[in-house]
Design a protein around this ligand. Sequence first.
Ligand code: ADP
Ligand code: MG
Length: 388
Amino acid sequence: ATPTALLVGTGRGAQLGILIKGPEVLESTRTVDTIVLDKTGTVTEGRMALIDVIPAPGETRDEVLRLAASLEHASEHPIAKAITNSWRDSPARHTVLVGRPELIGDLPLPRDFANFNGFEATNTRTDLGKQPKPVDDLADFEEFDDRTDLGKQPKPVSDLPVPQHVDDLANLEEFDDRTDLGKQPKPVSDLPVPQHFANLEGLGVRGVVEGRTVLVGRPKLVGELPPELVVVWDQAQAVGRTAVAVGWDGEARGVITVADTVKATSAEAIRSLRGLGLTPILLTGDHQAAAEAVAAEVGIAVEHVIAGVLPADKVDVVKRLQAEGRTVAMVGDGVNDAAALAQADLGLAMGTGTDAAIQAADLTLVRGDLRVTATAIRLARRTLRVIK
Ligand code: ADP
Ligand code: MG
């Protein structure tokens, strides 16, 4: 039978916004001496804001942002959100929406606007949804090419361009999850739909946009940066920003810099954890310099910053620390933290984080407040003392 004090401990935990998987979890809090903190979304808000888009020579800012945003639409990563939000607010976007005024909202009307009145959907066989075929002027509309997979495609009539990838906005939020690559995005707003989208966890995203293979993420994914972009990259890093490279057709075409903010409560939380005798370690997939800037802000020593770690390797960092004889608590929020949370002697998930993290953790901090980590450990230790 579970000692009453343990049950009381877990009940008190719930009141404080700490969900405990089971009373047995509390045991490891006694010996924990090291606490590994994920950076993005745990120590920082995880809500990144776009700072700058820097095109490579010969490229334009708009094109770099537009292609990056097309891909990132399919990602939930904080960097992805910064990029898509920025495109949404960008004056450069070329909106091609046809429909009710409320659909179009306050967007500017495009020049050379054409109303394809009388087009009727015929193709229901592809992911791209129904494709229009002209039905109005039958004299000009009798020929169709039905030799391709896509079914009948409209032939050009008069001088109007034939729209491609016409989407039925009734399906605006649908995703195709029938492939190995995971959920495939459907068009939202005016961005082209990437094909063969792949989320390369901890590295970036890849997909085919308008026939070009586009990559956004770490430079090693994208290709060598031209010297102009290396300068920009180093500058961004020097001030602690996160930078991602954008490339297509095998070449780096731009750099996008984003900034996250450290949670107002993180420094205090880390002081409390130290007060409990724990050594805080900052662990991240982000670059060393970005990580060090955050560490400095919250009071974590440079030698306790472990950066550039791939999601799959986060668990190895925990194992290594355990092999050194440490008892390790880990706090994280992302899918990429789940394995490490499970490996840690005590795994704590941000309640604001992903389901994968919450499922892997022993404790969940409901409000995503890092200060509650110290509260949880203090409460658990006190509860255990009562039992002894
Ligand atoms: P963290 O460990 O800080 O939570 P991640 O492991 O999620 O970070 O990501 C590590 C790095 O991988 C990012 O800093 C970025 O360079 C790259 N990355 C991951 N996902 C994306 C994405 N959707 N778009 C661009 N870059 C990405
Ligand atoms: Mg994270």
